[in-house]
Write a protein that binds this ligand. Structure first.
Ligand code: GLN
Length: 475
């Protein structure tokens, strides 16, 4: 069996094999299906395969592209997609009962770009319902297991997209990241995950959770693989009003290898001592290959979890109002329209989604709007300014990706506060809108992966790829 992890075949290597004919698109897709068939029974990274019609038509297209010389590096490569991204004609449930039978009526822009590049969309990834969570335990269709230890969570909310890479089902996948949902599962599953600059990837056709925070991004085994997918899905999109225009993507290309570390923010209660030790070892390794590491302080970081859990709740409550039991999916008709609305939403949404809608409605209600929502927005602006200042001094900020390695299934699911704390290092990135990447950095004494997070300023994914490729060689 072709184990993508074991053979460490990158998509560039697979591309070479496909181009020189030592591998066919059909064989690659078959191997991917076989690995999934073999492993997914235990891991449950996937909610289902895309239709044979879709897969076969993409195979034909990919073969045509190789034949006429228009193949891209993604042509013929099997890809898994998080189930909150729309693929025309296919189920897209966001792992919610309320969308159990919902079929997308159009392609998300990122999907359109993958299809144009000749990629083979193969399966839908499990996730926390509507991307709310950090473990996939909030999926209405069962928890995904961590391929490194099936008693542990894979992280979340894009847990399925990370786990399928870790077990070798496909070389690359897509997830979404609102507060860490690509980076934290990447860290827990020992793979690479990229959250791009806000506005870099179109959100058109991606089910909204927190519209000012959400970004689509790739997972892969290597930084290079993730970079290749990034190059294909990114770009301006007139269908997304927050998409960055081309002129905003220009930069000077300079990289002085200066890393800032908010030391006092990282050395805190709740951060596992093994995580800290690993992080410090990683910094030492980086110093040996020419990186300069300096202490930085960002005062507002202490407030970011509170800021996130106000802004995100507010946006969730407004974004999810559209699931009313009338226009989409599950419908429980009641005696009046308002009863239908209540009953469909109560039957369709899980407890975490309901909790967030209620809290979001509260922080937006008159009398509390100024006290919570407006204050959070002010703190957000202050944090952005502090980041801008820090990026005048350093090129990159580094933190552990998560305060712990993968926790046990069930360990935090009854305690939302401790689950929310798991996002402490990832949420500031979404609040500020900058790009960040998580890269594997070895394993703990229980053989579970660690991840390191590198953060760059707006539009400087190039720096993440450079430091990421240097870092990969150190472990
Ligand atoms: N774990 C975070 C949350 O529960 C992040 C989710 C995400 O990025 N989609 O909100």
């Amino acid at each position: 069996m072709l184990d993508f992890r074991k053979y460490m075949k990158t998509i560039k290597q697979l591309h070479e094999d496909l181009k020189n004919g030592s591998l066919t698109v059909e064989a690659l897709v078959d191997e991917s299906k076989k690995t999934i068939g073999d492993k997914d029974k235990d891991i449950h990274a996937l909610l289902g395969m895309y239709s044979e019609d879709l897969i076969n038509s993409q195979i034909e297209k990919a073969k045509g592209m190789f034949a006429d010389g228009t193949a891209t590096v993604l042509t013929g490569i099997p890809v898994v997609i998080k189930d909150n991204i729309l693929v025309k004609g296919e189920l897209a449930t966001a792992a919610s009962k309320i969308l159990e039978n919902y079929h997308a009526t159009y392609d998300a822009t990122v999907i359109k770009r993958l299809k144009e590049a000749g990629a083979i969309l193969i399966a839908r990834a499990n996730m926390d319902e509507f991307a709310m969570g950090g473990s996939t335990e909030n999926s209405a269709y069962g928890t995904t297991k961590n391929p490194h230890n099936i008693n542990r969570v894979p992280g979340g909310s894009s847990g399925g997209s990370a786990a399928v890479i870790a077990y070798g089902g496909v070389p690359v996948s897509l997830g979404t990241d609102t507060g860490g949902s690509i980076r934290q599962p990447a860290s827990f599953c020992g793979v690479v995950g990229l959250k791009t600059t806000y506005g870099d990837n179109s959100r058109y056709g991606v089910m909204a959770m927190g519209s000012s925070l959400d970004q689509v991004g790739p997972f892969g085994k290597t930084v290079e693989d993730v970079e290749e997918v990034y190059k294909i899905i990114t770009g301006n999109d007139p269908l997304d009003a927050t998409s960055l225009p081309l002129e905003k993507r220009k930069h000077d290309g300079i990289f002085n290898k200066k890393i800032g570390v908010p030391i006092s923010f990282i050395n805190r209660e709740g951060v596992d001592s093994e995580v800290l030790k690993n992080f410090n070892e990683s910094l030492e390794k980086l110093k040996k290959v020419g990186y300069e590491v300096k202490d930085i302080s960002i005062n507002q970081l202490e407030k970011t979890l509170s800021v996130y859990y106000i802004i995100m709740f507010a946006e969730v409550s407004s974004n999810l109002a559209r699931y009313d039991g009338i226009r989409y999916g599950l419908s429980h008709p009641g005696e009046t329209s308002i009863r239908s609305y209540f009953e469909s939403r109560t039957a369709g949404f899980g407890p975490e989604v309901r909790r967030r809608i209620l809290l979001g409605t509260y922080v937006l209600s008159s009398g509390y709007y100024d006290a919570y929502y407006n204050k959070a927005n002010i703190a957000r602006e202050l944090l952005k300014k502090e980041f801008e200042k820090v990026f005048e001094e350093v090129d990159i900020i580094a933190t552990p990706t998560a305060p712990t390695t993968a926790f046990a299934i069930g360990e935090k699911s009854q305690d939302p506060m401790s689950m929310y704390l798991a996002d402490i290092f990832t949420v500031p990135v979404n609040i500020v809108g900058v790009p960040a990447i998580s890269i594997p950095s070895g394993k703990d004494t229980s053989d579970l992966p660690f991840g390191i997070q590198f953060i760059a300023s707006h539009g400087r994914e190039d720096r993440l790829f450079t430091v990421g490729k240097d870092f990969e060689k150190l472990y």
